[in-house]
Design a protein around this ligand. Structure first.
Ligand code: CA
Length: 331
């Protein structure tokens, strides 16, 4: 009877957990950013933790007096680990991308929540006899460590986004290492370098060197932009070229409503002369888009700086002081 109830419980939980995971994925989100994604990933921890407590409670209630207390913990841990593995396997088969880290977060949730319950459980003798106190302290230390590891990505991306928000309206200045994880290379190499003395349009002490290689398209992509550009008049960028000839730099700007059609984003081109350059693109040029709708300046998403059909071997351009400005002069 207990076996039947346990199987029914496990199947019921699996259905419920899957429903909640689907709901977690389908929630309307305020901001489609890496930080939000990490928040959502971290949601696995309390979700599985709470369910593990539920199984613990049910097992204790169903088997009152027939089962050692510690066995209830083992049953809860095993049940939820199986639920986590099966839900991951189902996701491999389903439309949602399965993430092995999710499985670790699920199990971390089970361990942490059951662990906290165990430490506080008066019926559990393991932390209350003999050297129990020492074991208890060690165990609490392990729980804290598991929590810190599982939540580290949220703290990491939270820090990067806080620095991004503090920098705004400057988008890229290459002064801080905190800027680098928000930049994506597309067939390029990037590094922070000292600002050349004749890069008069640059700012501070460093610039971002982007090395372009021969390819159909290579560039630099900045996702997860500070979203609200309202109240600004132009996008301004300093570029330094060590070449002895002009080169054409493509600029692409997308909002969060971008529908993956080439006419549903802004696309411009600037000629970069040898030496120091200042490119200024009035926001009025970006809207309306060719697709006909206005650019959503309160929900901006991505800037891509690129070079097309680059066949001249590798060369670097230095980017700096990419920012939004209120006047159209760009400074
Ligand atoms: Ca700089």
């Amino acid at each position: 009877m207990i076996l039947f109830k346990s199987v029914a419980l496990a199947v019921g939980l699996l259905v419920l957990v899957m429903a909640l995971l689907v709901a977690l994925e389908g929630l309307p989100v305020p901001d489609y950013t890496r930080l939000w994604q990490e928040f959502r990933n971290a949601g696995h921890l309390p979700l599985f933790g709470v369910f593990a407590l539920l199984v613990l409670w049910l097992t204790g209630t169903l088997t009152r007096g027939h089962l050692a207390r510690s066995r209830s913990y083992v049953i809860a841990a095993v049940t939820m680990t199986v639920v986590a593995i099966v839900s991951e396997l189902l996701q491999y088969a389903g439309p949602r991308d399965a993430d092995p880290w999710d499985l670790l977060r699920d199990i971390a949730g089970v361990v942490v929540f059951l662990g906290i319950a165990a430490v506080r459980d008066r019926e559990l003798s393991v932390f209350r006899q003999g050297r129990g106190r020492k074991k208890r302290r060690l165990f609490i230390g392990v729980l804290i460590m598991v929590c810190v590891i599982a939540l580290a990505p949220v703290a990491y991306w939270g820090g990067l986004f806080a620095a991004r928000n503090a920098r705004f309206p400057v988008i890229l200045d290459a002064e801080s290492v905190l800027e680098m994880p928000l930049l994506k290379r597309q067939g390029t190499q990037i590094e922070q370098v000292p600002l050349p003395v004749d890069f008069v349009d640059g700012h501070g002490t460093r610039a971002l060197a982007v090395t372009f290689f021969s390819s159909r398209r290579s560039g630099l992509r900045i996702d997860d932009l500070y979203p609200d550009w309202r109240g600004f008049e132009a996008l301004s960028l300093a570029v330094y070229s060590g070449l002895d000839r002009p080169v054409k730099l493509g600029v692409r700007v997308q909002d969060r409503d971008y529908n993956f059609h080439m006419y549903d984003r802004y696309r411009g081109e600037a000629v970069i002369a040898p030496g120091s350059n200042r490119i200024v693109i009035p926001l009025s040029e970006m809207s309306p888009l060719v697709s006909g709708r206005p650019m959503a300046f309160d929900r901006m998403a991505t800037i891509v700086l690129f070079i097309r059909h680059q066949q001249d071997g590798e060369f670097p351009l230095l980017f700096d002081d990419l920012k939004l400005v209120r006047g159209k002069q760009g400074r």
